[in-house]
Design a protein around this ligand. Structure first.
Ligand SMILES: [Zn+2]
Length: 338
């Protein structure tokens, strides 16, 4: 293929040379660009398609490495409040066509990207910007009202959500007393306080361990007193006994007595439970607290896998089919505490 060379002033043959691009906008990207070179004079030639591909490749790596906002994120923000590109541009105080450019794939600088991200993730900051733009007459009263009324309609408080979680968990786990809940009516408040109590004493307490600790506590209670403590129902799952229908997920999201913290390690994301240290054990009797303490003492220095393995030694797990409810009748043969 021939292209015009401005140096030779005629159509020439060209070759492609690959050149390293180590840095882009101050970020290490370790990529490359293809450059067309005139075969006759060896000067760099500009060929649109090749340059576009270079730009695309470099921007894509840069976007990932510098964690730059995606066009879709900006579109979502606009759609959330039903804003035009121009309205959003005015609110953010950016140049006229900026949002249009970003939505078509233009790459913002790192600081501009971080700024937009902040406004997407922080509704208060965004509302401050909206107010500011309105006061400066950069957006109309109509635009302003549209955004404010959106926020009022969708204002669900954190307390409302927590209350919904509690209702949902109760509706899923409340069952008549029988051999599968240890003849006890499910008591979520107790569960929350026990989890907070355990978390205050155990440093590596994860979501997975919630299941095992509570199961062992209820089993030991049943063995010693013929009745469980929490009224939870457990089922056989691959990694041991777990709360029915994986409702430990929702239970872990309640945040009055404890907090979820996510950590990354080489095996993936682990979710730890930290106590808010405001547990109230007044609903538990002395014997029940004794049982809980015994299990904590037994498991506290074990990691999740070890605890999982201990649960696999138990008849309750071994003799129950996968996904089936675990009967408390197996408590009589509990091995963890003789
Ligand atoms: Zn040339």
């Amino acid at each position: 293929m021939k292209v015009y060379c401005p140096y030779c002033k005629k159509e020439v043959e060209y070759k492609i040379e690959k050149r390293d691009i180590k840095m882009f906008r101050g970020v290490e990207i370790n990529s490359y660009e293809n450059v067309a070179i005139c075969k006759e004079c060896n000067e760099d030639l500009y060929i649109n398609e090749i340059e576009n591909k270079n730009t695309q490749r470099i921007y894509e790596i840069y976007r990932k490495k510098a964690n730059i906002i995606k066009p879709q994120d900006i579109i979502k923000l606009r759609e959330k409040y039903d804003l035009s590109q121009r309205e959003l541009t005015s609110i953010l105080g950016l140049g006229k066509m900026t949002i249009n450019r970003y939505e078509r794939g233009g790459v913002p600088t790192k600081s501009q990207s971080d700024y937009i991200k902040l406004l997407i993730n922080n509704e208060n900051e965004f509302m401050n910007k909206v107010k500011e733009a309105y006061e400066k007459n950069n957006i109309s009263k109509k635009t302003y009202n549209k955004i404010v009324s959106y926020n009022e309609e969708n204002d669900v408080s954190k307390d409302d959500i927590q209350e919904l979680y509690r209702k949902y968990i109760n509706s899923k786990l409340n069952r008549r007393p029988d051999i599968y809940n240890g003849y006890k009516i499910f008591d979520l408040e107790k569960v929350e306080n026990i989890i907070s109590y355990i978390a205050s004493k155990v440093s590596n307490f994860t979501i997975t361990s919630i299941n095992k600790y509570l199961w062992f506590i209820d089993m030991l209670s049943f063995k010693e007193r013929g009745v469980s403590i929490t009224g939870l129902t457990y089922q056989n799952q691959q990694f041991g006994p777990t709360i029915m229908e994986q409702k430990y997920n929702e239970i872990s999201l309640l945040d009055e007595k404890y907090t979820r913290n996510e950590y990354e390690d080489e095996t993936g994301t682990k979710t730890y439970i930290t106590s808010n240290n405001n547990y109230d054990l007044s609903k538990l009797n002395k014997k029940e607290i004794e049982i809980i303490d015994k299990i904590i003492k037994r498991l506290k220095n074990k990691n999740v896998n070890e605890i999982s393995n201990m649960s696999h030694e138990e008849d309750g797990w071994k003799k129950t089919k996968k996904y089936e409810k675990i009967s408390f009748e197996y408590a009589s043969d509990l091995k963890i505490i003789k």
